[in-house]
Design a protein around this ligand. Structure first.
Ligand code: 8DG
Ligand code: CA
Ligand code: CA
Length: 332
């Protein structure tokens, strides 16, 4: 997931959300405590979707996903305008540096800690020690400033046009959907998530025939100058960088090639948001199904998934698990 989320000015509890997200990042990057990370993320999400301003911890605690400890933090924040725990984190140099280094694409919490132990204290320090980095991390570091910048919607529209035009030249039957926050209608995105399918590419087909599909697509996009760097490239997944033209900001681009029979499950998954996905998957489980980016399958009485349900639209997935349909812009 991209490391920097849009500040949520348009919700009445955005200041609480901001400190909860900061605490969530701290738990993930510094303490490597995914459980606490998820607890803070969930609380932030609940508050972001709450229509009115919360005026006390007690009031917050009535909401699903907010416990005593978070309620106490809300009270402290309301009374003092800050959070001592966050102040301490800001004053802890090691924690701050670990947090900073994990903002480099390809550097995870373990690698960041490792680098700090090798006495690396800043992005500039890191630039002097690229020998300690993988290819992905070197490219992530090269574009560190660019990758931090959010991408305006109009720019993604332009990139989408070029991609579609170039890929259509290869084969006009290719279908491309830009998913992620862009498909959810956000005015800005952290990166670009493109999904590609082709009617002749199905999950039953022998993979040999399709082995070079994605490589050919990436090659074409490199030749036309859109893709500038490859971070990783497999048969179905590309991670890299692109830019509109020379002099434009370099952007993170993910491309996934997916069999046409799995397309809608994949579109649903990569549209997100991740919290919406979690909720929908939990609902699918309650209805006796298992849902992932490939398929929707019924769970037998023993809990073993059966054959995938045939799906020909995103709405099919909602209908099948009796979940009220939500347009992408309502999945934030
Ligand atoms: P952004 O790039 O504007 O920051 O937001 P995004 O488009 O919603 O997030 P993303 O990190 O690019 O991920 C795209 C979608 O992938 C996301 O909306 C939902 C799905 N997804 C999950 N879980 C995860 C996960 O753990 N990692 C990643 N990379 N994607 C995930 O549901
Ligand atoms: Ca994205
Ligand atoms: Ca992405």
């Amino acid at each position: 997931m991209s490391k920097r989320k849009k500040p949520s000015e348009d919700n009445s509890n955005h200041d609480f959300c901001d400190f909860l997200i900061e605490l969530a990042d701290y738990e993930k990057n510094v303490n490597r405590n995914i459980h606490k990370h998820n607890v803070y993320r969930k609380a932030a999400n609940v508050l972001a979707n709450h229509p009115t301003r919360i005026t006390s911890g007690k009031e917050a605690q009535k909401l699903d996903g907010i416990g005593k400890k978070i309620a106490k933090k809300i009270d402290e924040f309301l009374q003092t305008g800050k959070l001592q725990k966050l102040e301490n984190i800001h004053n802890d140099e090691k924690a701050s540096v670990i947090n900073l280094l994990t903002q480099v694409s390809g550097i995870g919490p373990a690698k960041a800690r490792n680098l700090v132990e090798m006495d690396i204290r800043s992005i500039d320090d890191l630039r002097k020690h690229t020998d300690k980095l993988t290819h992905h991390q070197v490219v992530g570091l090269r574009y560190f400033e660019d990758f931090q910048k959010r991408i305006p919607r109009v720019e993604i529209e332009e990139i989408e046009k070029i991609m579609k035009c170039e890929v259509e030249k290869l084969d006009e039957d290719y279908e491309i959907t830009i998913c992620g926050s862009y498909r959810r209608g956000q005015p800005e995105s952290g990166d670009i998530d493109a999904l590609i399918t082709h009617p002749h590419y199905t999950s039953e087909m022998c993979n040999k025939q399709n082995k070079d599909r994605l490589k050919t697509i990436v090659n074409t996009l490199e030749k036309c100058g859109l893709i500038t760097d490859v971070l990783s490239l497999g048969d179905t997944k590309f991670m890299g960088a692109c830019r509109l033209n020379e002099g434009a900001t370099t952007r993170r681009l993910d491309i996934r090639l997916t069999p046409c029979d799995q397309y809608y499950c994949c579109v649903l998954y990569f549209t997100g948001s991740d919290i919406f996905n979690k909720t929908m998957r939990a609902h699918a489980n309650e209805k006796g199904f298992t849902l992932n980016e490939h398929s929707l399958r019924p769970l037998g009485s023993t809990g073993v998934p059966g054959e995938p349900v045939p799906i020909s639209s995103e709405k099919d997935i909602f209908d099948c698990i009796e979940y009220e349909y939500r347009e992408p812009q309502n999945r934030n």
